[in-house]
Write a protein that binds this ligand. Structure first.
Ligand code: AMP
Ligand code: MG
Length: 348
């Protein structure tokens, strides 16, 4: 189906809701990234989401709901802190993990006792969930491990023929996945930094625990290993040196990196572009003014552009770890896990 076959967005929503109710799989926009959704109560439909994405079954899905009232149908208990957080920050890019009711199929939570729940602010997403009348289980609409889609074209290019429908809702306004906070333990824990800043969350409920990598894998299995990866190796660089240059050497001189695409927050974060190695042929600044919210929104599209630019490696400078910078650095370091295997070493 072509993107413009159904032009009216309400028609698209109704058509997609019908498909969801019949057990189909639909890609739809949210404010974070495009999701690949199925009726969360239909284990077979959810299984197809895993198949289409080639996602391992141990990696649980977020349930998307249209109204706060649905929470009581899915979660056994909503602790006071979770209530306060939801009241303050829903709808939006915030997911909470709460003890699940038996009605949530095990395939959705990968057998975990908690369900991850989110109410998106994107009106197309909420309209779709409301029209379907069921929670929609949806991961990002990309093949497992690769860069998340922030526009319908990205979905079409990778999964277009494998899904029943793609709703084109333009570009995602937040552009990075939701922040996930778990209320399964004694204290609230940050399972994934994302589109809601940790500072905003802590302003509402106080300190949120940041689990170690080991603890994280137990609580949130999908958080291990490579993710968000470009096909071109992506390398993180510690920082810029005193004169503002980035030194990049190849460990294997017989295979020099001829072309490097650089991701940097802003022109100001690369003090002396003239000192960059000549191999840097392409620079993606995530935000001209260094705004971390804008940078988070543009990150995945920038990664895609460099992936398509024919460079041998993508080098990424970390951004300040405050606000949405935490999520940007998280995505870059997970994308780099794949690059590190194949990429040359970088010395400063
Ligand atoms: P994605 O759908 O790609 O945005 O990834 C969703 C992520 O949310 C998963 O990889 C898990 O890390 C986390 N998640 C989803 N459901 C649960 C759950 N029930 N318990 C803990 N973490 C979850
Ligand atoms: Mg994903």
């Amino acid at each position: 189906m072509s993107l413009n076959e159904l032009t009216d967005i309400n028609e698209q929503i109704q058509e997609a809701a019908d498909i969801i109710r019949r057990g189909g799989v639909v890609a739809f926009p949210t404010e974070t990234v495009y999701g690949l959704g199925a009726n969360a109560f239909d284990a077979q439909a959810v299984a197809r989401v895993f198949e289409v994405k080639r996602r391992p079954y141990f990696d649980p899905l977020i349930l998307h709901i249209a109204e706060r009232g649905w929470l009581g149908d899915l979660a056994v208990d909503v602790p006071m802190a979770a209530k306060r957080l939801i009241d303050a920050l829903w709808p939006g890019p915030l997911t909470v993990v709460l003890p699940k009711k038996p009605v949530v199929p095990d395939i959705v939570t990968a057998g975990l006792p908690g369900a991850a729940l989110r109410m998106p602010s994107n009106e197309i997403a909420r309209g779709l969930i409301l029209a379907a009348g069921v929670p929609i289980a949806a991961p990002s609409a990309n093949l497992f491990g690769s860069v998340s889609p922030t526009a319908a074209e990205h979905v079409m290019a990778q999964l277009g023929s494998a899904v029943d429908m793609v709703i084109d809702g333009g570009e995602c306004s937040v552009g990075i996945e939701s922040t996930i906070v778990s209320f399964m333990g004694e204290e609230p824990a940050l399972l994934r930094p994302g589109g809601t800043a940790l500072e905003e969350i802590e302003a509402v409920i106080g300190r949120v625990v940041i689990p170690s990598n080991g603890e994280l894998v137990n609580q949130s299995p999908g958080r291990s290993g490579t993710h968000y990866a470009t096909s071109t190796p992506l390398i993180r660089i510690g920082g810029v040196d005193k004169i503002g240059g980035i030194n990049i050497w190849c460990t294997d001189p017989s295979k020099p990196i001829a072309k490097i695409g650089l991701i940097a927050l802003s022109p100001a974060s690369v003090p002396d572009p003239a000192a960059l190695p000549p191999a840097v042929v392409n620079i993606e600044y995530l935000s001209a003014s260094g705004d971390l919210r804008e940078a988070a929104c543009r990150l995945f599209a920038a990664m895609r552009r460099l992936d398509a630019a024919g460079v041998d490696a993508i080098a990424a400078l970390p951004v300040p770890s405050v606000g949405l910078g935490l999520a940007i650095n998280d995505r870059l370091s997970r994308a780099a896990l794949k690059g590190e295997i194949a990429s040359p070493q970088i010395k400063r």
